[in-house]
Design a protein around this ligand. Structure first.
Ligand code: CTP
Ligand code: CA
Length: 232
């Protein structure tokens, strides 16, 4: 895979990238969330802009500088992320879901801070499942010919290896590409480097060895370009 950052091979394209981790608030100060830094999504946005694309970056709770020349849409929750991504996806050539959406949200939200009780009792937190944005995109295809890309961090377990679980997730989601990280050796959250295998629904398998997140970003756009069918 050749990354060609000097070449404007994404000129005339609109791409949407989601980044960061969503938060589901229990009250104004507390939330369910995750440790996604957003670095891989920001690297994707910067790489696409460098290759000439118009880029919408939907950013969930990141604390990274806005990439130059990129339209940044801040969101907090998974439902806000879905609304922003689906709106931006209407005229997009590709959507890359690099964000880590919270899978569950509390069924109720308190407008005021929840206080401790003198008797030490605590109410349980009831949860409901959030919408699956990637599966919705892959199923509905807001624009014909749009390339839909997901990410998966897997450890492998008794039901299958990292790549087997990745293949199953790709099929379940119905997306065109799935970028699979092996996180068995420790978290990639917050790191500046990444390694992954890019799985294609067409059976393609592209291994990207450990390198700066920018290198994986360019390899992903290379695979997206190969599958972009409609004319600019
Ligand atoms: N994703 C999404 N909407 C969700 C959850 C996940 O769009 N509500 C996207 C992520 O952005 C990622 C891909 O789906 O691109 C895979 O996320 P992952 O958490 O691995 O998948 P899940 O279906 O949530 O499966 P799991 O039970 O393993 O968490
Ligand atoms: Ca999940």
């Amino acid at each position: 895979v050749l990354a060609r950052p000097g070449v404007a091979d994404l000129a005339g394209r609109h791409v949407v990238v989601s980044a960061g981790g969503t938060r589901e608030h229990l009250d104004p100060v507390r939330f369910l969330g995750n440790a996604s830094s957003g670095k891989q999504g920001y690297a994707l946005a910067r790489a696409a802009a460098a290759r000439g694309a118009r880029v919408t970056l939907v950013a969930a709770n990141t604390s990274l500088p806005d990439p130059a020349g990129v339209d940044v849409v801040p969101v907090v929750s998974t439902e806000q992320l879905r609304d922003a991504v689906l709106t931006a996806a209407k005229d997009a050539d590709a959507v890359v879901m690099a964000a880590a959406p919270a899978d569950f949200r509390p069924t109720s939200h308190s407008g005021v801070k929840i206080k401790k009780r003198a008797d030490g009792t605590v109410d349980p937190v009831a949860l409901e499942q959030n919408p699956d944005i990637l599966a919705t995109l892959a199923h509905d295809r807001p624009r014909a010919g749009q390339v839909v890309v997901g990410f998966a961090a897997e450890t492998g377990d008794e039901t299958g290896s990292v790549l087997e679980l990745g293949r199953a997730k790709l099929a379940r989601k119905g997306c065109d590409l799935l970028v699979v990280n092996d996180v068995a050796g420790g978290a990639v959250f917050g790191a500046d480097e990444n390694e992954a295998v890019i799985l294609g629904a067409d059976g393609a398998e592209t291994a990207v060895p450990r390198a700066a997140k920018r290198v994986l970003a360019h390899a992903i756009w290379d695979q997206v370009l190969l599958r972009t069918t409609h004319a600019r």
